[in-house]
Ligand binder design. Structure first.
Ligand SMILES: [Mg+2]
Length: 231
């Protein structure tokens, strides 16, 4: 009998590049508002709204646009122009239209695991954006289940596992974010593989004892590691 019933993957910065879109956008905002304040203040305000607004607007580009606008209003003490706000909205639209670029080994890994296991995608963010990215990536066919969730707390995973009747100890989660993909899964008794991405959002950092999860360098190493675990 196999050790895992379901192998689940995070999407952003696990299957494809995402964070660098935000890093690029930040550079553009700093340039746009450079006449009003120092780069450091602009970044500081942006990060503040980006994180503090999650509880109101959730994750993803749409909420990032609202945070950009709110940061711009504060940074300029209300002097930001309609034309500048339009540029921020256009920047958000360009982020949504940005072509997907998957990491190396993603497709071969999913094709390999798909032959022996049920694969699930668990991602947070905006429903429409995440669905469009998955469709564009061409990876949709490998996933039997796709869950776009508003948060990745232990209770989120508990609910998903209950709905699909999966025992936590027979569940494996793979992702780039300690805080969202690894820690909550370990907390509910599941298994996790942490694959750090070159760029990761500071908000997603967390500490966890290394005996509770495995860390691999890239996604191409996952099939051999699972095989080894399953003897
Ligand atoms: Mg991620």
């Amino acid at each position: 009998m196999r050790r895992f019933d379901v192998i689940a993957f995070d999407a952003d910065d696990t299957l494809w590049h995402e964070e660098r879109k935000f890093v690029d956008a930040e550079e553009k905002i700093v340039a746009l508002l450079s006449g009003y304040h120092s780069a450091e203040t602009i970044r500081d305000r942006l990060h503040h709204y980006d994180v503090s607004n999650i509880k109101f607007w959730g994750y993803g580009v749409k909420s990032y646009v609202l945070s950009m606008i709110e940061a711009a209003i504060t940074i300029t003490e209300g002097r930001v122009s309609g034309a500048e706000i339009q540029q921020l909205v256009d920047l958000g639209r360009a982020m949504l239209a940005h072509p997907i670029e998957t990491f190396p080994h993603v497709e071969t890994t999913l094709a390999n695991l798909n032959r022996t296991h049920t694969l699930m995608l668990i991602t947070k963010g905006d429903l429409l954006d995440q669905e469009m990215k998955l469709a564009q990536s061409g990876l949709g066919e490998y996933f039997e289940h796709v869950e776009v969730v508003s948060n990745k707390q232990p209770d989120t995973y508990r609910r998903v596992l209950r709905r699909y009747k999966i025992q936590p100890e027979r569940f494996m989660m793979i992702g780039n974010a300690m805080r969202s993909d690894i820690k909550p899964v370990v907390e509910i008794g599941g298994n996790a593989i942490y694959i750090p991405a070159g760029l990761s959002w500071a908000h997603e950092r967390a500490e966890l004892d290394k005996s509770h999860f495995a860390k691999l360098d890239h996604i191409g190493q996952v099939p051999a590691y699972i095989k080894q675990l399953e003897g």
